[in-house]
Design a protein around this ligand. Sequence first.
Ligand SMILES: Cc1ncc(COP(=O)(O)O)c(C=O)c1O
Length: 368
Amino acid sequence: MKFIPINIPLLGKEEKDAVMAVLDSGLLTNASYEGGKFVKEFEAKLKAKVGTKHAIAVNSGTAALHTSLVAYEVGPGDEVIVPAFTFEATANVVLACGAKPVFADIGEDYNIDLADVRRKVTKKTKAIIPVDVYGYPADLDEVREIADKHSIKVIEDAAESLGAEYKGRPTGKTDHSGCFSLYATKVITSGEGGAITTDDDEFADRARLVRNHGMQAGYDTRVLGFNYRLPEMAAAVASVQMDRLDSYIEARRRNSRTLTETVSRLKGAELRQSSSDRRHVWYLYTVFLAKKRDEVVQRLRARGVGAAAYWETPVHKMPLYKKLGYAGLALPMANTAAAHVLSLPVHPGVTEPEIAAVAEEFAKAVKG
Ligand SMILES: Cc1ncc(COP(=O)(O)O)c(C=O)c1O
């Protein structure tokens, strides 16, 4: 069997044509407040999909998160609650603002544990960043309830969950902030890229300013801003990829069903993201293995299945956060997940015979 990677970008003639059209136009970027033609086209498609009044394209998921924090004026002396089990950008952006990341533990489904969040809210808390881990929405209503009670903001890290739904609502549908990533392995991609979604006019305006050096009409910096603009070639690719989103999600769901048939019959392997009020987008198909996770990963990779562990190290144990004194925090569920999770390829590039083979190899590897 040819090696099946955990995720790959799927690009076709339409993306090539879109890039060529930008090159032919000579308009590679646009430093206006609104952005260029393809940025606007992508934003229109994204906001229609998510159902928000605004979508603001930026040049990474990290930029989307950082822009949101800056737009909410999070800074030194402030605290932001983040899950310990996530990609480190979720916490790094808090440090970038000079604020303090406060790590919350996770629940059984790998998403932020809201009982722990409640314990960790203080007078200094300015925002909570729940992550839709692996493309499975966090308990967004409950996060919002906590936030409203304390008048703090929710910045949803939806980097992995474009197209997922929580109680029938798309992830990122909010009047606070929803943050998406268009990194090369994500549900759709432009190589690098990201976007913010919101129903709040004032926040959308701030975010557009932050994306563009704080400028509104030429050289008139009004607030602290950066260059977080999405280049037109990337926006053109993202726009084509938006048209493919539904079919990509359908293929991920089809592949996930094949895997679940096998996983549900296997002892020692457990799927933990299956609440009926959420629609998973299966950015990653992740199981909890009772034992021998690393051996199973190795065996699968030797057999051509690009299994991987996301994330082997929770953020508070990363070298940087160790140096900052976070490593000893009691975050037992995050530590356990890091030692037991394993993700299998489920992306739309995996054909039906291939996903059957992935499921079979997984069963063999777990049975040892
Ligand atoms: C949960 C999460 N947050 C943030 C990011 C950052 O996105 P980007 O790589 O586009 O900066 C990613 C993806 O890389 C992610 O998976």
